[in-house]
Design a protein around this ligand. Structure first.
Ligand code: F0G
Length: 463
């Protein structure tokens, strides 16, 4: 079904702006000085020195007038606040799980969940675990395993649901490890680490069938559930006329629980939750939550945050919003692809991933082509993306270094923040840098911590 706005080529933002935040134009010389001070690590920049900040879509969205009204309404009672009940109703309207356990962000929900269900000797399969999910599984001594379909592993291969789980591999994995060692199966919607790629309802049903065969629970990492639902409506046969909230409820009905970062499709600046149907696990989770997050009716959040999330969940399933959201990300990605710039395809929901290995074939993986490209985008245009490649994944616990499987630069789009002219500017800068890609040089690392080095490592350009 054609959306009303599909008649026109121009994507208009389905909102008008009544509060603005100035962004600061800087010169190439100022940015070069900022880069040197930051050790060429974009995480070390002061954000006031960034013009267009595409580091993440997490917690960086713009709230609506109604969300700000909710902030005023927030009730800060320690227990049983009306803000909690508004949050609960809004969550359960889309995800009717019996128990909802609020948390300050997604990884806090993951920490509680895996603290309850994982541990040494256990394995948790997923389509692709996000880094914090993997880290929280591994922190308990368990193993985190990625079983995305083959198409999902190749940047240029087109597939409508590239985030799907390989259900044959899942079945084989469960048989090999034994169902007793697997506490649950996880599916990330959309698959962030795989390029913001969606998972189909058909695939979720197939995963459910495998779980049922072995009596295993299925949990969703639902950070970008609304974007996933929009892709289902657009691409999955039979869903063109189904309302987005119904698609979300259909996804939820196939699962036994979920983790959520409300910093993504909650369109809030902070927040998250863990939800499930199992009473025994929920009780254990609430006990852990009281230890680290707070009383179970606020879970590390202020009452006003609960209000912002409750309203954000109502807005994120709006079809005019989702149409704009997904089209505007595709607009950036398609413009880059048309200019011959290699990107993960098809373009995902929340970000465009540039294939730096293909764009900078003269820079070997251990000289960090993704870092080189990310630095150049900042130096030339004040745009901050993030390297997702050997800097992020190349260093191993034993101190050895190997090339990551892909060298990507992610340009993540904050929700409702930048206009089409901002994005046109990004396109112009990326094209300019790509035309001069042969001039870019690699980097070497001059200082790094033993783990998660991408946040703090310092670099030097190679001569
Ligand atoms: N799951 C997925 C799929 C995510 O993308 C993230 C965060 C989390 C869990 C953790 O949530 O940040 O609230 O603790 N992703 C951000 C990003 C950080 O930039 O992609 P959190």
């Amino acid at each position: 079904m054609l959306h009303a706005m599909d008649r026109w080529k121009t994507i208009i933002e389905p909102f008008r702006i009544k509060s603005v935040e100035p962004i600061r134009l800087t010169s190439v010389e100022e940015r070069q000085a900022a880069l040197e001070a930051a050790g060429y690590n974009l995480f070390n920049l002061h954000s006031v020195d960034v013009l267009i900040d595409l580091l993440t879509d997490s917690g960086t969205g713009a709230m609506s007038a109604e969300q700000w009204a909710g902030i005023q309404r927030g009730d800060e009672s320690y227990a049983g606040s009306p803000s909690w009940f508004r949050f609960l109703e809004s969550v359960q309207n889309l995800f009717p799980f019996k128990h909802v356990i609020p948390a300050h962000q997604g990884r806090a929900a993951e920490k509680i969940l895996f603290g309850v269900v994982a541990g040494p000797g256990k394995s948790v399969p997923s389509n692709t675990h996000f880094d914090t999910t993997r880290a929280n599984v591994e922190f308990t001594g368990a193993e985190a395993v990625d079983l995305v379909i083959e198409e999902g592993r190749h940047p240029s291969v087109i597939h409508p649901f590239k985030g799907n789980m390989d259900t044959d591999a899942l079945d084989a994995f469960i048989r090999e490890r034994g169902r007793e060692s697997i506490p649950l199966v996880m599916v990330t919607i959309t698959n962030n680490s795989g390029g913001g790629q969606p998972v189909s309802l058909e695939n979720l049903r197939a995963v459910r069938a495998v779980c049922d065969r072995y009596g295993l629970p299925l949990f969703l990492d639902a950070c970008r559930f609304a974007e996933n639902a929009w892709f289902i409506k657009q691409r999955e046969p039979g869903y063109a006329d189904v309302a987005i909230p119904d698609i979300v409820r259909e996804m939820a009905a196939l699962a036994d629980g979920m983790t959520m970062s409300a910093k993504k499709d909650g369109i809030a600046n902070i927040g998250g939750w863990l939800a499930m149907n199992d009473d025994v696990w929920a009780e254990a989770a609430r006990n852990l939550e009281i230890l680290t997050e707070g009383f179970p009716t606020y879970g590390g959040l202020a009452g006003r945050d609960l209000e912002a999330i409750a309203q954000g969940l109502r807005e994120v399933v709006n079809e005019d919003y989702l149409h704009y959201r997904i089209r505007s990300t595709a607009y950036l990605g398609e413009a880059l692809v048309e200019s011959g710039i290699p990107c993960v395809q098809p373009i995902g929901g929340h970000a465009v991933y540039i294939d730096a290995a293909a764009l900078l074939p003269h820079i070997p993986a251990l000289e960090y082509p993704g870092q080189s490209l990310a630095v150049a985008l900042y130096r030339e245009g004040g745009i901050r993306g993030v390297e997702i490649g050997t800097v992020m994944f190349g260093l191993h616990p034993d101190g050895t270094e190997t090339a990551a499987s892909m060298e990507l630069v992610r340009l993540a789009i904050p929700r409702r923040v930048y206009t089409q002219s901002h994005i046109d500017y990004v396109i112009e800068v990326v094209r300019w840098v790509a035309e001069r890609a042969a001039d870019l040089r690699g980097y070497r690392i001059v200082a790094q911590p033993p783990q998660l080095r991408h946040f703090t490592a310092r670099f030097e350009p190679l001569a």
